[in-house]
Design a protein around this ligand. Structure first.
Ligand SMILES: Cc1ncc(COP(=O)(O)O)c(C=O)c1O
Length: 355
């Protein structure tokens, strides 16, 4: 049975497992901000109509300058992309044919985009999923042999936030190796572990950022890459790769730091509450700093039967069958709202206590 390889695809998932989709479904398989986009966007929305007929600025101004100002980096070190997803495609083109290390489990698009460019993948699988730790010796040996490593921080799907010092130490130790640090979810943390500022120092670093998760713009597609060698990625991008609408919304969102703070605090509180409930049920939890985390049922329970039961009850968890090292035994759950969690909690408790 081939399940959809990403979350946020409930109808395809129900079809694949052969379960009739209930009228009402709670989808906690995707990680977009439950509060949607900042209110300010509604105010500006009518004025965006005037932008429809004109071509966007080639470098995505004014968003391009706003990113550089926001992160205190040089403008020439920024490339605006059509979602972080396009950043991954251009990076893979840049690494074409090379040997690349991946820390697994992680976002499946790394492997897919790199394989499209004939890269050879060398995976290191975490030996402690809950804390997303790796055998340091194996990692150090691998870094001597590869051209680049991709690290997702906080990691999708574990939500574990790795330390900036640990990453910087590796960047310094292996200057021949590029470090691609995917910070698509780092705005759900206080950003203390972000390595964006290190792009001012190190040439072998690219940082990927997404505007779609925190700012509820998954349908708009907007992200960027920061790195001293950002120029090397530009040649792979189509002209006008991001729309006028995306550019304008991006500039508005970067100013919405109160919205970010509120979303982050709300999500952090709820994540802790959810973790306590699941731990009390005997589940194992990943040590997440993001707006999602992993949980694993007590050993006596069958994960496939649980997943199907919840689907029948209209609750869509993110399966982990296509994540190396998780193999369907873990589930990723998004931190949404109190109401959504109340419904999930009731169904999960009922299942675990009665099986
Ligand atoms: C870790 C990670 N990086 C990048 C992306 C792509 O994000 P975007 O919507 O900005 O293309 C995703 C999307 O799910 C993701 O999970």
């Amino acid at each position: 049975m081939l399940l959809p390889s990403h979350g946020a695809n409930a109808s395809a998932l129900y079809k694949a497992v052969g379960i009739t989709m209930p009228q009402e479904v709670i989808d906690v398989s995707e990680n977009v901000n439950v509060d949607g986009f900042p209110e300010k966007i509604k105010e500006y929305w009518p004025s965006l109509l005037t932008k429809l007929a004109t071509y966007p600025n080639e470098q995505a101004e004014p968003f391009y300058t706003d990113i550089a100002d926001f992160h205190e980096v040089q403008k020439s070190h920024v490339v605006v992309t059509n979602g972080a997803a396009e950043g991954l495609v251009t990076l893979a083109q840049f690494f074409r044919g090379k040997d690349i290390a991946l820390l697994e489990p992680s976002f499946s698009e790394y492997k897919r985009t790199l394989q499209q460019q004939n890269c050879t993948i060398h995976s290191i699988i975490s030996d402690d999923i809950s804390h997303y730790r790796f055998n340091e010796q194996a990692l150090n040996e691998l870094l001597l042999r590869v051209s680049a490593i991709y690290i997702c921080n906080p990691n999708n799907p574990t939500g574990v936030l790795l330390k900036k010092e640990w990453i910087e130490d590796l960047i310094q130790k292996y200057p021949h190796c590029y470090f691609v640090i995917d910070e698509a979810f780092i705005d759900w943390t206080d950003e203390a572990e972000s390595v964006v500022a290190l792009t001012n120092t190190y040439t072998n670093l690219f940082v990927l950022r997404s505007m779609t998760k925190m700012f509820g713009l998954a349908g708009v597609r907007l992200g960027y890459v920061i790195g001293k060698q950002a120029d090397k990625l530009r040649c792979f991008l189509p002209h006008w790769n991001v729309s006028n609408i995306a550019i304008e919304l991006g500039s508005i969102c970067l100013q919405e730091q109160q919205f970010v703070k509120k979303s982050r605090e709300k999500s952090g509180r709820l994540r802790e509450e959810m973790s306590v409930v699941l731990k009390n049920l005997g589940c194992t939890i990943s040590d997440s700093s993001a707006n999602f985390f992993l949980f694993k049922l007590p050993n006596r329970l069958n994960p496939d039967a649980f997943f199907s039961h919840l689907l029948n009850r209209g609750i869509v968890l993110r399966h982990t069958k296509n994540y190396v090292g998780l193999d369907g035994e873990w589930f990723r759950i998004a931190v949404k709202s109190e109401e959504i969690w109340a419904k999930c909690k009731e169904e999960i408790i009922n299942y675990v206590e009665n099986h």
